[in-house]
Design a protein around this ligand. Structure first.
Ligand code: SF4
Length: 609
């Protein structure tokens, strides 16, 4: 069996899907040779890594390249889409036709090099940015070897209407619905043992072109992840080893501790669970985690085998209950690791510290908004003060917080924007968030309950008409949806936030340069007193001294505390006195207040050490 990951995923890490599937299939069917082709790496090598990255970082730009190959008579439309995404300084090749020719040469070489008749089955894993590339390659494989069965699966083809794919692209033989391991194994066994696509009933989780429309496809996923073998990334590293020494690099190893997401809380109306904009978990039913020992063993094995020290957890939301055991175990491996993970904003500071000690360097936190009203609409389950607390602790521990601020969420209003602008006055000392615009994900709660979010109608995203012919766009629901609603209004509404966020970035850069790495808002502890240094981009540092009980309260509010909690703990002072202290701190932007809950914004400089 040949498993393929087409362009355009991040080139500097092997495909987790390919690694996991190859390891699983090889363990279950050792006599069947399974190969994993990280074709995207070959393309990145041929184009130059920087040029590849320039293409791969934007979904429409990436998809346009293979659209021009898939539909040569419509290449001008793909070109116009590609060109519309170009921005000054983003290192993407600007000569579209030359880029397409170059990519085609790499693809032709690959297609000719492979002995297709040696395979019983070819599988494509298709995620973000891999749609047109995979379709083009499949069409070429089938043109030269029509009897070779091709199966596709992955996050791009999830959800209820994914079966339409087989009608729209009849050259695809099979579709995996949901997780790949068990369905692929079943299909492979059938093809190897029986040797015919028409023989017998299809394994659960597999749809075929001839499947009757009324056939309700069943997910077939592993009940536990504990039985999964360590992902096999050898093919990726072998390809890399074949590059000249100047073109080799140190990849990042994807690690998986869970599948799905544990954030399941009902929204206020009970219509849906989880975050309103999210469609990341259509591939899985429920939430499963690997036992901590297994994750630690995998880290140990992969780091030893491939001799690299950068890891990226691929989990949509890191399993919070196992996090302490996993990171304690990783720390005990005693390696100087550099780890990336996606977290939720309720990660406690003690846990974050543990993670940092094990090598956590970069996080993406589900911050999304700095308005509690808006966070409630998104069903994030947090308040702004929780987001600020997490941002502060990342800053304090020297963890790079690469999180997003989502603009243009449908149904957001001027009060949400006002709240955001207010919060922005308090976060200027922390690493800025990256603004991203809301996009409508197929089968996300916003998609399913569109009316509630003031969306009048949904349809495939208009850019898809530039990538695919009319009949394809009409016949298949793609992951990125378009909509009619309050989009124009949203764009106007959020302009001031965009402007403030740009200023935030400029100010932060200036402050970081000025302080040569010292946090712009931090305090030194003198025991009975603390001295807070509050830096500004264009004026001298302001120093604040807090003594006695004020210093104690300030330290106590290192996480959000209610007025009642503070008054109860420091009962020698009346609640009015405490409230007056808080008021002055908030006015100076040294604390943040939300509904009588308070957070100190400065942290001890010693936390950085
Ligand atoms: S956005 Fe993240 S936390 Fe929210 S439901 Fe999706 S995966 Fe879970």
């Amino acid at each position: 069996m040949l498993l393929v990951s087409a362009p355009w995923p991040l080139f500097n890490r092997p495909s987790l899907s390919l690694g996991a599937l190859k390891a699983y299939l090889s363990a279950k069917e050792p006599h069947v040779q399974t190969e994993a082709c990280h074709l995207f790496l070959e393309v990145a090598h041929a184009l130059g890594f920087e040029r590849y990255q320039g293409v791969s970082r934007r979904v429409w730009r990436a998809e346009a390249v293979f659209s021009a190959l898939l539909y040569p008579d419509r290449a001008h439309l793909a070109e116009s889409l590609y060109t519309s995404t170009l921005k000054h300084g983003d290192h993407a090749p600007d000569e579209f036709r030359r880029l397409v020719r170059q990519v085609k040469t790499v693809m032709d070489n690959w297609l000719q090099r492979i002995n297709w008749s040696a395979f019983k089955l070819v599988g494509f894993t298709v995620s973000f940015c891999q749609m047109t590339a995979s379709l083009y390659l499949i069409s070429q494989i089938k043109a030269s070897c029509p009897s070779l069965p091709v199966v596709v699966g992955g996050s791009s083809f999830s959800g209820e209407r994914s079966a339409d794919l087989l009608k729209v692209f009849p050259y695809i033989d099979y579709l995996v619905v949901g997780e790949g391991e068990r369905p692929l194994l079943g299909l492979l066994r059938q093809l190897v043992n029986i040797g015919s696509r028409s023989a017998g009933r299809l394994p659960d989780g597999i749809l075929a072109t001839e499947t009757q429309p009324e056939h309700k496809v069943k997910f077939s996923q592993l009940s536990r992840l504990g039985s999964l073998p360590v992902p096999d990334y050898d093919d990726y590293f072998n390809m890399l080893a074949g590059f000249s020494p100047q073109r080799r690099f140190f990849p990042i190893l994807p690690i998986e501790a869970s599948r799905g997401c544990w954030w399941h809380r009902n929204d206020t109306t009970g219509q849906f669970k989880g975050c309103a904009f999210c469609n990341l978990n259509l591939q899985w039913q429920g939430y499963r985690t690997k036992p901590p020992e297994q994750v630690i063993r995998e880290v140990d094995h992969l780091v030893r085998r491939h001799q690299v020290l950068s890891l990226a957890f691929a989990d949509n939301a890191f399993p919070i209950n196992q996090a302490a055991s996993i990171f304690d175990g990783i720390r005990e491996l005693d390696r100087d690791l550099s780890i990336f993970a996606e977290l939720r904003a309720n990660t406690p500071p003690e846990l974050l510290r543990k993670m940092k000690q094990a090598g956590l360097e970069t996080v993406q936190v589900g911050i999304e908004a700095l308005s509690s009203r808006l966070l409630a609409k998104m069903n994030k389950g947090f308040r702004v003060i929780d987001n600020l607390s997490l941002m502060k602790h990342c800053e304090a521990m020297g963890i790079i917080n690469a999180s997003n601020l989502m603009l243009h969420f449908p149904d957001s209003d001027d009060i949400d924007v006002m709240e955001t602008l207010h919060a922005l006055e308090f976060v200027r000392w922390y690493r800025p968030l990256k603004t991203v615009s809301f996009w409508l994900g197929l089968e996300s709660p916003v998609y399913r309950f569109a009316r509630r979010f003031h969306i009048r109608s949904v349809c495939n995203h208009p850019n898809l008409k530039k990538l695919f012919p009319e009949a394809v766009v009409a016949g298949f629901r793609f992951m990125i949806q378009g909509y009619r609603g309050d989009r124009k209004r949203q764009q106007n509404l959020w302009r001031s936030v965009e402007k403030e966020t740009r200023q935030w970035q400029k100010d932060y850069d200036i402050m970081v340069r000025q302080t040569a790495g010292i946090p712009p808002l931090a305090f030194r502890d003198g025991g009975r007193f603390i001295i807070i240094d509050q830096r500004f981009p264009t004026q001298p540092t302001v120093k604040h001294r807090l003594t006695g009980i004020s210093a104690e309260i300030y330290r106590y509010c290192h996480i959000p505390r209610t007025l009642a909690q503070v008054a109860g703990r420091f009962d020698a002072h009346s609640p009015e006195q405490v409230a007056a202290f808080f008021k002055s701190m908030v006015k100076k932007r040294l604390m943040f207040e939300e509904n009588d809950c308070y957070l100190s914004l400065a942290f001890p400089v010693s936390w950085r050490q």
